[in-house]
Every structure is written in C-alpha cells, then in structure tokens.
Design a protein. Structure first.
Length: 494
C-alpha cells in the first residue's frame, strides 16, 4: 500500500548501507511493560548516590555538556554488519561480490552488503547493547571503537520483541556507560544522543525529553519509548541516550519522519525496559516471558457501550490462540478482562506486564465479563513461544459511516498481495477514501472486515447485505483482521 503524503511514518532507524539505505518498518505490537529500578537518578537525585560518580548539575552553566560528552563517547561504538542478499533474475542493486566482476554475477547468487549502526559498551569485558535490527541476519559483525581499534563480535542474544540485542567482543578494560533510571525522567529534561549517524562516528547531539511512554507505533511488540528532539538519524540505531550525569537512560531506536531523516521526533527504548532484557540476554541468551495466548486492545469510551460497560476499565479480547492456556480456560474473542488476581485491570499495559513477569507454571485468576455476565477463570502461565491490484471491487452509493470504503472478495491474488492467511474469509478493504469516517477511525487498505455490528461477514455479498441496513447517523462496530490479529473499531459518520 502506498504512503500518503504529508503524514509522519514511524521508522526503525535504518543502518547505513555501503551503497543503498534500507529502512525497517515495524508491524503489530502492543503496549510495553515498565520495570522500575531501585535507584532514582536524573536532575532530582543526589550525585553521590552513584558509585561511579556523576557529572555535576552545574556543568551546563559552565559551558555546555563537554564533560558529559567526553565521558560517554568512548563507550559508544560503530557496528558493521555484513548481510548476504540473494539477487533475483529481475536485477537488483549492483554491488561488488567476491569472485565476480560487476555486471557478470550469475542471477540467484548471494551478494554481500555492509551496513553500520551503533552500540553501547556495558561492561569492561566487552558486552555491548544495540538494536536487534542492526545485527539481525548478519553474517559477520565488526565493532570499531572510537580509538579506531576493530574487533570481531559474536551475538550473545537478541530480543526482536523489544528490538534489543547484546553482542560481545574479546578484549578487556573497556570504558562503559553506567545504567540510569529512566523511570525518574520528566518531560523537559536535557538528554544527549550519541551514535554514528551516516557513518560519522562519535556524534553527540543535545535535546530534551519531549514525551514519555510512547507506544502503539508498530515497531516492536513491547513499546514504551522515550521521545526526544535530540537529533538522531540513520546510523544512530543502538546508540546511547544519556542524562546530564552521563548515565544510560535509553537506546536510540526509531524516528518519526516524512523524509526518513531527522525531523525533531526520535525514540529510545528506556533503560527501565532495556536493562532487565539485557541482563537476561547476557545470563540466558534469550528472554523468558509468561504467555497465555491472548491478544487484547484498550476499551475506549466509544467501544464501552457496545459491551454493556459503563467505564473503560479492563481490556477487550481480540484474539485467542487455539490450544493456548487462555483457549483451554474458555476465554473467547469479545470477552472483557477486568481483573487479574483480584486487581482491577486498568489497561493492556498492566495486563501485559503482569502476565509476562509471572513465574512459568503459575496459575492466575482472571475476572471475565462475557455477554454482560461476570465469571472467574484460572489460567496457567506458560513460557512464551518464539513468534511466532487490479481486481474488481464493489462499493455502494448509500450514505453510511462506511461510505468511502471499497471492498473486494478475497482471492489468491489478494492473499499474495496483502499477505493474508490462505482460506481467509471476509470483505477485503481494497480502497479507503482519504478523510472519510472509516479512515479517521483507523481502517486501512488490506484490512479484512469480518463483522459489522456483531453480524458475521464472510464475503462481499454479506458485507453489502449488512451495509444496506446502516443509517448515515448510526455508529457501526467493525471487527477486522490486520496482520493476523483482530481489531475492534467504532466508525461514526463525520
């Protein structure tokens, strides 16, 4: 689907490639957990609390943040990753390949392409944190220190769900950046971003914390980003976001941009999320999280009346994995989860944090509302498994909240074009008019509508039948499938 001009696009920071620039656009994702640390840092803390020492708050008054920059830049490295890419018979980007001269490479053979990102040294023994998308599918990793020394690196562990990874180089007595506590950050505080944008090593930029707890951007499953206006660009991926004491409070990861470059909106994984992930990757090589097999979404004031709710507490179940603990406990799509172990579930973030942090094998009690009736279910926590155009369209001129949406039956071409599951049923959204009520509600091309006002929709014919019964002034509850996940949307006439 083409992007519309004039809108911001959330992008993982691309690594810098030797000949072309690649961008990663995340998909899916839900709210993130936030685990507090035991030490308060930032402007409000006592500088003497850190055993490693801190830069005095008066630094800015004494001529900027030179002391901070000099302290942290030696611990931010450049990471070069080599990736094998298979060139199709249709051509591709011409790049040098060992053993073949340019223009004579046989089709189908792999070509090697190098890209670079950033990383932060966490221990004098050579452990380095970076983004998963910097090192994913890499053939070789080379770490270059600010003093120009180079070392081969191995992957210790990676966690695509937070877009974090840990690599290691064999050396000793390295400079490090100590962890800080992002939970104590406040909007308006100064921060510095350090990395290698466009291959320019040891670049330092200054900004403020623009916002906290940013999520829902589809870059990772766990999103709890720090937003900053410190300039970060392609190549900053995996670099450091530090406070004025020179402590690591975030890992630079993403930008929101119309151009693909800096526009004053950057995002970093906070230390409160990153540190426990990194610790577990170092200890176990992977992150172990609790799992019950549910997909949920927030209950908005628009959704609440459709489920007989007076408030917005709880979460709406959108997906249940067949055979997963939630399925075995009898939880179904459309149920409302309002209590976890007797505590009110305020939002999806709270539920996700509780489930993912629960001990494997523990039985939990959930309070469910189904068709207006309350019940309790017991669910066992398991370890989370690995995660896992020219077609005729039909539309109608009738005025309704869904005016401006064109739908089509799902055929083999649609499955291929939109990445749908084979055998999918419903009405495929093939076009959404810009500015219509459906677009404003969040419906996009490629969605598959499977329910209108709680009536099943298996085809365009059924869609049209229920569509004709809608009134212009009537709101409609739409259930759709996007990226194999269900989503509830309320559409109101504009």
């Amino acid at each position: 689907m083409g992007r519309k001009k004039g809108k911001l696009h959330f992008l993982r920071l691309p690594v810098i490639l030797s000949s072309v620039m690649a961008m990663w656009i995340g998909c899916g994702g839900v709210v993130a957990l936030s685990i507090g640390m035991d030490r308060s840092v930032g402007w409000a803390g006592d500088p003497s609390e850190s055993s490693l020492g801190r830069i005095e708050e008066t630094t800015f008054m004494q001529g900027g943040f030179a002391d901070v920059a000099q302290t942290v830049t030696p611990a931010v490295v450049n990471i070069t990753a080599t990736v094998d890419i298979v060139e199709s018979r249709g051509g591709g980007v011409p790049l040098p390949f060992e053993g073949f001269s340019e223009g004579k490479r046989p089709p189908g053979l792999p070509k090697r392409q190098k890209g670079s990102g950033s990383g932060v040294i966490l221990s004098s023994e050579g452990y380095i944190v970076t983004n998963n998308h910097v090192i994913a599918e890499s053939r070789d990793l080379i770490v270059t220190l600010p003093d120009a020394r180079e070392f081969p690196a191995r992957v210790v562990g990676a966690d695509p769900e937070t877009d974090l990874a840990v690599i290691k180089i064999q050396t000793e007595d390295l400079p490090v950046i100590p962890w800080g506590n992002s939970s104590s950050l406040a909007v308006g505080q100064y921060v510095l971003a350090i990395g290698n944008p466009f291959g320019l090593n040891s670049t330092v930029t200054l900004g403020i914390v623009s916002a906290l707890d940013r999520g829902g951007m589809g870059l990772a499953r766990f999103e709890d980003f720090i937003q900053t206006d410190a300039a970060i660009n392609p190549g900053n991926s995996g670099g450091a976001l530090v406070n004025t004491y020179g402590e690591l409070i975030g890992i630079n990861t993403a930008i929101a941009s119309q151009s693909g470059g800096y526009q004053g909106v950057g995002f970093a994984v906070p230390s409160s999320l990153a540190k426990p992930v990194v610790d577990e990757l170092i200890q176990k090589g992977k992150v172990v999280r609790g799992y019950i097999g549910l997909g949920v979404q927030e209950i908005t004031t628009e959704l609440a009346p459709w489920f007989g709710l007076k408030g917005s507490d709880g979460v709406l179940v959108t997906d249940v994995v067949p055979g997963a603990p939630a399925d075995k406990a009898g939880i179904r799509r459309g149920d409302i989860i309002q209590r976890y172990q007797g505590q009110t579930v305020k939002d999806g973030r709270m539920l996700l944090e509780q489930v993912t942090r629960a001990p494997i094998g523990q039985h939990i009690e959930l309070g469910i509302i189904e068709s207006g009736k309350e019940r309790k279910v017991r669910v066992v926590i398991l370890e989370q498994p690995l995660f896992l155009r020219s077609r005729p369209t039909r539309t109608t001129s009738l005025e309704s909240p869904l005016t401006g949406v064109e739908v089509a039956d799902i055929d083999e071409a649609a499955v291929q074009e939109y990445g749908l599951n084979p055998g999918s049923k419903g009405a495929l959204v093939s076009f959404v008019e810009e500015g219509c009520a459906a677009e404003l509600a969040g419906i996009i091309e490629g969605d598959v509508i499977i329910e209108l006002n709680k009536h099943p929709v298996d085809s365009v014919r059924e869609y049209s039948s229920w569509y004709k019964r809608l009134r212009k002034e009537q709101a409609v509850l739409v259930v759709l499938v996007r990226s194999s996940r269900h989503l509830y949307v309320v559409v109101k006439s504009s």
